[in-house]
Design a binder for this molecule. Sequence first.
Ligand code: SDX
Length: 436
Amino acid sequence: MNASDVKATLSFSDGSPSMDLPIYKGSIGPDVIDIRKLYGQTGKFTYDPGFLSTASCQSAITYIDGDKGELLYRGYPIEQLATNCDFLDTCYLLLYGELPNEQQQRDFHKLVNNHTMVNEQMQFFLRGFRRDAHPMAVMTGLVGGLSAFYHDSTDINNPKHREIAAIRLIAKMPTLVAMAYKYSIGQPYIYPKNNLSYAGNFMRMMFATPCEEYEPNDVLVRAMDRIFILHADHEQNASTSTVRLCGSSGTNPFAAIAAGVACLWGPSHGGANEACLNMLEEIQQMGGVEKIGEFIKQVKDKTSSVKLMGFGHRVYKNYDPRAKLMRETCHEVLTALGLENDPLFKLAMALEKIALEDEYFVSRKLYPNVDFYSGIVQRAIGIPVSLFTAIFALARTVGWIAQLNEMIADPEYKIGRPRQLFVGAERRDVPPLDKR
Ligand code: SDX
């Protein structure tokens, strides 16, 4: 980051001494005001619950322009990556900063493929869960449990440990998600097959059985790979910030990623794709397209706490570029499967059209986000609704670990420890029991 010639001057109306705050410029996007000396010089904190105006770090990985609806991974537009690259190329890019050449691509694919199996003991973790446990509960446990098997790669300050932990996590998430699925339907686990592509391997572990070979459908495999690319990273979103804060204590990378899985589960975040599909099915039950108006009325009624799931975003105040690509993929997959008249897809497009013309959504700059169409695509591929967020976690693991490793490699990083505005009871003495 570069110091700007412009400074911010903070002055107080009570005549307290003012102070100059340095401003830094990034390569693109908003400048930042450096407030690191604020408390030391003024005895005051800044106040920004939800971090709407706070940059928690400097990063070179992903950039979002919310007004333009632009998403760049290491400078490359998501539209170009989703069209010209596969997910492992995207992983390489997020981890190392450049797209791989042919040799690097071959080596990286081989490296990841060499780590797709999990320790046989992992299956006994699963046995502790009920078969109908939510897959995100299972994944939070399994990912955290990985740290018990890799004592050779848990020193987050060792660059080699950071790299092998990243490869292990990227390689093993598909295996763990597929195991969670197979466990929930009472089918045997399918081992990874390393001559398949990353997405092809995942689809086979999900849908093959020991009784017959699984013939991957190329359109579905390509769609799965694109879903992974679109979900790979997204600046300092809630789960990435969780991973950074968790990792800042020096804990091992598996534990930090498990914290990210737990945070992503929430319906305001990664859980929105599951909530969005359930919302579409609910409207379908109510009567479908004719009932959209009634549903929108509930959304606008503040006492109802009903939200249009898959709409709105903290940063995008324009159309989420991933939603556009997801809608395209949706159409491709449904057409390939002869489901172009899928009622939920038609309902989603009708809902989108109505919302985008409704003043309530327009005035609040609420547009479809990545979760609005992803559920329809995944359902068409055969993924159960309850597994949608686990798929999101599978894809986001590379973003989480790239961001974590970037933080740890930054010599300026320190353990995160926010302060507060205290509004509770002032000092008082404990009264005797008979006086309470
Ligand atoms: C993801 O951060 C990321 O980058 C996340 C993510 C990633 O890749 O990591 O992009 C993935 O989490 C996408 C978002 C998925 N969540 C949903 O689809 C859930 C529905 N969306 C909302 O919960 C909401 O839009 C958020 C949480 C996504 C964003 O909320 P903000 O930025 O805190 O906005 P807000 O709640 O302050 O909303 C501003 C106004 C409010 O109305 P008023 O009080 O001004 O009258 O817009 C309204 C909100 O009530 N609003 C909605 C709405 N989202 C916001 N009203 C109806 N439906 C919605 N979906």
